[in-house]
Design a protein around this ligand. Structure first.
Ligand code: GLA
Length: 389
């Protein structure tokens, strides 16, 4: 029995006065490699983690959506056909946004669920603001539940698209499709290798435990927000770079095009392009090495990815760099910042016998630098979104 799932149902009942029709859950994700490649139609390799968000849901007959959660005192109530971008929605933009998106996708198929509103209560043990996609976990738990209750018949890939659409249009964050894909398609002990152009996904065994490794998350506690300008400006630079090179997306370029790119654009735009092109190559090489030589051979690719984000894409911060360097110095096989950047978390692939040394060294180094105390904890690759009961 999953305690948090049952607690979510009880909280739903306390809030709305009746029992939910069911509880659905979806995991957060960590990205092993492939950063800022998703919206460039490139490759990503994230995995779903063993931290989940739970959504207790029941349909209503009056077209109203009511959402409440354990992490905020604010409940929100809005007619389904009136959902639109609105800052005052705050966290509720994630569940309401995905409900709006499923409806919009259904309209294209000649269907309409807006008469059947819903009540929803959300609980979560995915850390918020750590770059572990607590937002995608909300979207995917709610999407999986509504898809079933509305009998919408969307596939998991379509639900991922609905999550992204809601986030782009209702939350207002111009994010790609990686987070929702990981949350919906994850498999225990496997990474989700996704081609963001074809949307073909393949799960690839990670084999960390078998090789005596654990993936540590170092949550720097530096707040990152994807609706702020840094993410959007990186995306815009990638689009400029593609236009200058006369290709539909940076996916169309390879390392052999980089000299021409360097000659054709400003140095800043070139470095953004270079990051994306080399990062795509690193994802493919990571998958190949995992399959052929195992996880201990991917460390240098992780660190190369970090340096590319630090120096070329310029989305790291001092706390992330300190986390990565300290972990590597104390025995991590590989380390890099993960997620959108400008804060959030770093990851460190660490031999089990070095976990306490890496953890304690990171705490000590952060203290010596005068940074806030980070959170350091291990995650493992878990199943994607599912119905709990
Ligand atoms: C955030 C976005 C993703 C992706 C990453 C960077 O997590 O939500 O779509 O772009 O940043 O790789």
């Amino acid at each position: 029995m999953n305690a948090l799932a049952h607690q979510t149902a009880a909280e739903f009942e306390a809030r709305f006065g009746y029992a939910p029709a069911g509880v659905w859950s979806a995991p957060g994700r960590v990205n092993l490699i492939g950063e800022h490649t998703d919206y460039n139609e490139g490759f990503v390799f994230p995995f779903a983690i063993n931290r989940r968000t739970y959504a207790a849901i029941a349909l209503r007959a009056d077209g109203i959506a009511r959402v409440a959660s354990a992490f905020s005192a604010d409940a929100h109530e809005v007619p389904l056909d009136k959902i639109k971008r609105d800052e005052s929605l705050d966290w509720a933009a994630y569940p309401l946004g995905v409900a709006w998106a499923i409806n919009r996708m259904a309209t294209e198929l000649g269907r309409d669920f807006s008469a059947a509103g819903f009540d929803c209560f959300i609980e979560s043990d995915v850390p918020v603001g750590a770059g572990l996609s607590s937002s995608a976990a909300i979207e995917c738990a709610v999407a999986t539940g509504l898809n079933e209750l509305w009998d919408a018949g969307l596939t998991r890939s379509e639900l991922a698209r609905a999550g992204q659409l809601g986030e782009n249009e209702i939350v207002g964050a111009p994010t790609g499709i990686m987070d929702q894909s990981a949350s919906l398609l994850g498999v225990a002990d496997h990474g989700v290798f996704l081609d963001c152009r074809s949307l073909e996904a393949e799960v690839v065994e990670l084999g960390f435990a078998r090789d005596g490794l654990e993936l540590l998350i170092i949550d720097t506690k530096v707040a990152h927000r994807l609706v702020d300008g840094g993410y959007a400006s990186r995306r815009a630079a990638c689009e400029d770079g593609a236009a200058i090179m006369n290709v539909s997306s940076l996916r169309e370029l390879t390392e052999s095009d980089l000299a021409a790119a360097e000659a054709a654009m400003t140095n800043v735009t070139y470095r953004r392009v270079k990051h994306v092109v080399t990062e795509n190559a690193r994802v493919l090489e990571t998958v190949r090495r995992l399959q052929e030589t195992g996880p201990r051979s991917i460390g240098e690719l992780m660190y190369a990815s970090h340096k590319s984000m630090r120096d070329d894409f310029e989305i790291s911060v001092d706390e992330l760099d300190t986390a990565v360097e300290t972990a590597l110095r104390h025995g991590a096989v590989g380390a890099r910042m993960t997620g959108g950047g400008f804060g959030g978390a770093a990851i460190a692939l660490t031999p089990i016998e070095r976990i306490s040394e890496v953890t304690n060294s990171v705490y000590a180094e952060f203290e010596a630098c005068g940074y806030a105390r980070p959170d350091v904890f291990a995650v493992s690759a878990a199943e994607g979104a599912t119905r709990e009961f």
